[in-house]
Structure formats: C-alpha cells, structure tokens
Write a protein that binds this ligand. Structure first.
Ligand code: ADP
Ligand code: MG
Length: 286
C-alpha cells in the first residue's frame, strides 16, 4: 500500500471532525464487520432529566431527592448531574456525604448521617441484597433505585433523548454491510426502546464494564473485526479491547488517549462518514 494515500484519508477526516490516529487506524477501520456502540452519551445525548420521583417506605419526595442528591454530589456521570440539578430545583439542601464509593456500571454507595445509602440500578441493589419483591420496571426511561440501610425507599425515573441523527446513521451503516450493535449497563426495557427507535441490530443490556469486553469478544467471534464507539465514561476497557476504538464527542481524556479514532463532534453521523473515508482511502492505496 502507498502510505501517501492515507494523508488524503486523514485530511478528509479532519474536515469532518474525524481524527484518525495514523494510517493504521484507517486500514483497521476499512476491514471492520461490526460497529458496536455504547448507549449513554453515544447513541443518546447523555443529558438526562428527572421525569418522576416515586418514594416508598414512608419517604417523602423531598427526602428521596435529598438522599439521591447527596449520593450523586461528587459523581461526574450524566445521571448524577441530572439528579443534583433536580434536587437543587426542588430547593433541597444537599448534605455532603461522609464517604462515597462510585461503583462502575452500577451506581453509588454513600455513607450519610442517616446511614448507608445506595443509589443506582437493580444490579447495585442485588449486589447488596436489597429486597425488591413486587418491584417492576417502568416502561420508559432509566430507573435510579434508592435504598437506605438495606431497605428499598423508592426510585427516580430519568430520561435521555436519542440523538436525532442516530436512526439515519444506523441505516447507512447497515447499507454499508456492517452489523450494528449496542452495549449498555442500563436495564433491558430502556435499552430495547432505544434499539427499536434507531434500528440497531443487536442489543446487550445490564452489562458491567467487564461484561462489555466479553460481549465485544463474542461479537467479534460471530462477525469479525469490530469498531467500538463510546464516550469513555464506564467504557474505557471495551474501547481499548476493540480492533478499532473510537472516542466520541467531549469524551473522557483517557478514552481520547486510548482511541484509534476520535470524533470531535457528538454527531453519530460521523460513524458512517468515517467508514466511507476509510473504504475510499483503502481503494486509492491499493
Ligand atoms: P451505558 O452503558 O449506557 O453507557 P453506564 O455504563 O455509564 O451506561 O452506566 C450503566 C448504568 O449504571 C446506568 O444505566 C445506571 O443504571 C448505573 N449508573 C452508573 N453510574 C451511576 C450513577 N452515578 N448514579 C446512578 N446510577 C448509575
Ligand atoms: Mg457509557
């Protein structure tokens, strides 16, 4: 292959906010058979807003917001931002936790004056043996469950909008003959509704960061070489494990560092564009 051809690819990319880390990245992208995307912040905007607060076990809405807000005060996760914003809008005074532990792909465990609080998904509640009998997911949005001293005390339903160009980007990828898949730590219902709306072929939900790495390996076994696109929040290991790792938008610094391709835009349209550039460049170089 003629290395010079890669300059045209790198140039075409940079005009569209696509940064290829050298000709090697372009060559690897040309051969991918599956494009695997993270959900939160990649397919969706990552701007959550609290839709509903459902206290239980004698809690008031204010107490539920205070609990959730205190847990999330120090987290930079998009879910945390939405909860802290909602608590402030309700004029709730948030108390600094004594200590906080962020559990990747699950949520937060915090020591508060009132006791030990958990704020996160079903996976988190199960890990701490919180009794959820009779609990059922709502049909929309992402659920954030709250527990205090091991007792389930209610939930917040938060929603995140799908990026408007996602559906057409997925369609273009399919037309280019690649399989599309989505990985997420979110619950099945929420994941399925995003997949349905965008036309993504495969959905894998309820995954912890390490599960995402395993799932990616399975996708590679069934389809071949894989590109993974994520924003770097909770998905750095899978990004590093892909044949082509791509960091999207204002992704985490570590992800940008580890990535083969960086999308300087948050538009998913950059994904099919990058594949087109890679394929065109490969033709010229041969
Ligand atoms: P995705 O896999 O969709 O990109 P993440 O891996 O960032 O999402 O998070 C997976 C799931 O873990 C979220 O859907 C949420 O249920 C839970 N979670 C992660 N961080 C937090 C947090 N700070 N507060 C509450 N829940 C969280
Ligand atoms: Mg993520």
């Amino acid at each position: 292959s003629v290395p010079l051809a890669f300059f045209s690819g790198i140039g075409a990319g940079s005009k569209r906010g696509i940064l290829f880390k050298g000709g090697v990245a372009i060559e690897a992208l040309e051969g991918v058979k599956a494009i695997v995307m993270d959900k939160t912040g990649t397919i969706t905007q990552g701007n959550f807003a609290v839709q509903e607060a459902m206290p239980e076990a004698g809690m008031t809405k204010e107490q539920l917001f205070a609990l959730a807000g205190s847990c999330e005060m120090t987290s930079t996760h998009p879910i945390a931002n939405s909860i802290v914003t909602a608590a402030r809008e309700e004029n709730i005074q948030l108390k600094q936790p004594v200590s906080v532990e962020e559990i990747s792909g699950r949520g937060i465990k915090a020591e508060l004056e009132e006791g030990t609080a958990l704020c996160g998904n079903r996976n988190l509640m199960e890990a701490y043996q919180v009794d959820l009998s009779g609990y059922e997911d709502t049909t929309y949005g992402t659920e954030v469950l709250l527990a205090l001293n091991g007792v389930y005390v209610g939930r917040l339903v938060i929603a995140d909008a799908i990026k408007k160009e996602a559906k057409s980007a997925v369609m273009q990828l399919k037309q280019m003959g690649v399989v599309t898949a989505m990985l997420t730590g979110d619950a099945e219902r929420s994941a399925d509704s995003v997949a349905r709306e965008t036309g993504i072929d495969e959905v894998h939900a309820k995954l912890l960061p390490d599960d995402k790495v395993e799932e990616l390996k399975k996708i590679r076994t069934s389809h071949g070489s894989v590109m993974f696109v994520g924003d770097g929040i909770n998905d750095a290991p899978v990004l590093a494990g892909a044949d082509v790792g791509a960091a999207m938008g204002s992704g985490a610094d570590a992800a940008i560092e580890a990535a083969d391709v960086v999308f300087m835009t948050s538009s998913v349209a950059a994904i099919p564009q990058s594949l087109k550039i890679a394929r065109t460049t490969a033709v010229i170089s041969k």
